[in-house]
Design a binder for this molecule. Structure first.
Ligand SMILES: Cc1ncc(COP(=O)(O)O)c(C=O)c1O
Length: 418
C-alpha cells in the first residue's frame, strides 16, 4: 500500500479541510502542492503568452509549455510530441474528433460503433454526427456483471464473436471507454482493437482514457488505438487542460477544429492555410499556466509509479467491496465486475430503500465526499434499470481508513432513513 499520511502531506487541501474523506476522484482529483506552486510560478515569474514573443519571458513560457507536451508524450509512449494536442478536457477532445475527423470520414449509411457504458461526452457527439449525416449509430451492450457483451467471458481468449456481428466494412469509427466511470470495468481494449481491425482494417478506433491514464500504465503504441483522450484534472493536474493523442498521419488529414490565432500558416483575402499538428488544432491562447503545471502532476505520478498506483487501488477496492458486502449484505447492490483484476478504483452502489441523493447528502454531512446521480452516463443507468447510483472512487491519497469512514457513514444513513 502507498503511505497515505506521506501522500496527504503533499496535498494542501488536507490542511484546510480537516477530516476530509475525498471519494470523488473520478469526477476530479485533488492537486498536490507541487502542481499548485508551478501555476503560481508561471503567474508570478513569466506570465507571457506562448509562441508569440521573442523576449525572454515569452520564450521561457513557451519552453515550459512545450516541455509538458514532451512529458505527456513520453508518459503514454507516443511516437513524437507533435502527436499530443492540448484541448480543454476530454469532452473537448472527443468533440474535436467528432467534428474534425467524423465530419471528414463518416457518410450516409456508414456506421459509428460505441458502447452503452460511455460517458455522455463519448456518446452524444457521435449520436449527433450519425443523425446529421444519416449514419447508423450502433451500441455494444453489457452483460449482467457489467462487462462489454463480447462473448469474452464465455469463450476466454477466444475470438470476440459479438464484435463480428457489430463491426462491418461500413464501420468508420469505433469509440469506447477504457474504464467505465460507473461500473469501474476495465475493458479489454487492446484485444477489442486488434479484433476490430481484423474485421475492418480501415476502422478508426478512439479510446476514452479519462479514467484509465490517471490509474493504469498506458502505452499507446502497444494499445493499437488511433486516438486516445484524457483530462489533466483527473490525474492530479489543473483543470482546463485536456489531451488528444492521435496518429500523425490521420491528424494531418483531419479538418481543423477552430479557426483563428496561432493555428494558421498564411491568410489571404480569399483563403487560408494551416499549420501542421499539433498547432493546427490549438487555436487561440491556451491555458498556459495550467498546461505548464500539468507536467508536475505527471512527474508526481511517475515518481510513485503507475504499477504501484494500480496495486494500491486494487487493494482498497477489494477491501471496500468486501467491507460493504459484509456490513450491508443483500441490502446493498454493487455494480460492475466481481473480479478485482477487471475493475478500477470505482464502486457504484445503491440501496433499494434509499435514494442515492439522500445517501450522498447524509455522507456529506459526515465529511465524506461521494457522488450521486447518473454520472453523465444515462444510457448505462437506463440499461441497469436504476435512475441513479452512489459512487465512491479512490486514488493515491485514500486507504482503508477512508473505506471504514464510508462504512460508518452508510450505517448512519441506514439509521436516519430507516
Ligand atoms: C470516462 C469519462 N469520459 C469523459 C469524461 C469527461 O471528462 P471531462 O469532464 O474532463 O471533459 C469523464 C468525466 O468524468 C469520464 O469519466
Amino acid at each position: 500500500m502507498l503511505n497515505r499520511n506521506l501522500i496527504q502531506k503533499q496535498f494542501p487541501i488536507f490542511q484546510h479541510q480537516s477530516n476530509l474523506v475525498y471519494l470523488d476522484s473520478t469526477a476530479t482529483s485533488l492537486k498536490p502542492k507541487i502542481v499548485i506552486d508551478k501555476i503560481k510560478e508561471y503567474y508570478e515569474e513569466y506570465s507571457a503568452n506562448v509562441f508569440r514573443g521573442i523576449y525572454p519571458m515569452s520564450e521561457k513560457a513557451t519552453i515550459e509549455f512545450e516541455e509538458t507536451r514532451s512529458i505527456v508524450s513520453k508518459f503514454i509512449n507516443a511516437n513524437k510530441s507533435e502527436e499530443i494536442i492540448f484541448t480543454r478536457n476530454t469532452t473537448e477532445s472527443l468533440n474535436l474528433l467528432a467534428y474534425s475527423l467524423g465530419r471528414k470520414i463518416v457518410e450516409t449509411d456508414d456506421e459509428i460503433v460505441t458502447t452503452i457504458m460511455e460517458h455522455h461526452s463519448n456518446f452524444v457527439p457521435w449520436q449527433v454526427l450519425a443523425s446529421e449525416v444519416g449514419a447508423t449509430f450502433k451500441i455494444i451492450d453489457i452483460d449482467d456483471e457489467g462487462y462489454l457483451d463480447l462473448g469474452l467471458e464465455k469463450v476466454k481468449n477466444q475470438k470476440l464473436k459479438v464484435l463480428e456481428q457489430i463491426i462491418t466494412k461500413k464501420t468508420k469509427i469505433l469509440t469506447l471507454t477504457y474504464v467505465s466511470n460507473v461500473l469501474g470495468t476495465i475493458n479489454p481494449v487492446k484485444e477489442i482493437i486488434k479484433e476490430a481491425k481484423k474485421i475492418n482494417p480501415e476502422i478508426i478506433v478512439i479510446v476514452d482514457a479519462a479514467q484509465a491514464v490517471p490509474h493504469l500504465k498506458i502505452d499507446v503504441q502497444d494499445l493499437g488505438a488511433d486516438f486516445i483522450v484524457f483530462s489533466s484534472h483527473k490525474m492530479l493536474g489543473p483543470t482546463g487542460v485536456g489531451v488528444l493523442w492521435g496518429k500523425e498521419k490521420i491528424l494531418q488529414e483531419m479538418y481543423p477544429f477552430m479557426y483563428g490565432g496561432d493555428m494558421i500558416d498564411e491568410v489571404y483575402i480569399d483563403r487560408s492555410t494551416y499549420k501542421n499538428p499539433p498547432h493546427k488544432f490549438e487555436a487561440g491562447t491556451p491555458a498556459i499556466g495550467e498546461t505548464i503545471a500539468f507536467k508536475e502532476a505527471i512527474n508526481f505520478l511517475d515518481k510513485i509509479g503507475m504499477g504501484n498506483i494500480r496495486e494500491h487501488e486494487k487493494k482498497i477496492t477489494d477491501f471496500a467491496i468486501n467491507r460493504l458486502i459484509d456490513t450491508f449484505g443483500q441490502s446493498i447492490k454493487i455494480y460492475g465486475p466481481k473480479n478485482i483484476e477487471d475493475r478500477g478504483g470505482i464502486i457504484s452502489f445503491s440501496f433499494a430503500k434509499f435514494h442515492p441523493h439522500d445517501i450522498a447528502q447524509i455522507l456529506a454531512d459526515e465529511g465524506i465526499c461521494v457522488r450521486a446521480g447518473h454520472h453523465c452516463a444515462m444510457p448505462l443507468h437506463t440499461c441497469l434499470n436504476v435512475p441513479a447510483t452512489v459512487r465512491a472512487s479512490f486514488y493515491i491519497y485514500n486507504d482503508e481508513r477512508d473505506v471504514e469512514k464510508l462504512v460508518e457513514g452508510l450505517k448512519k444513513v441506514k439509521e436516519i432513513l430507516k
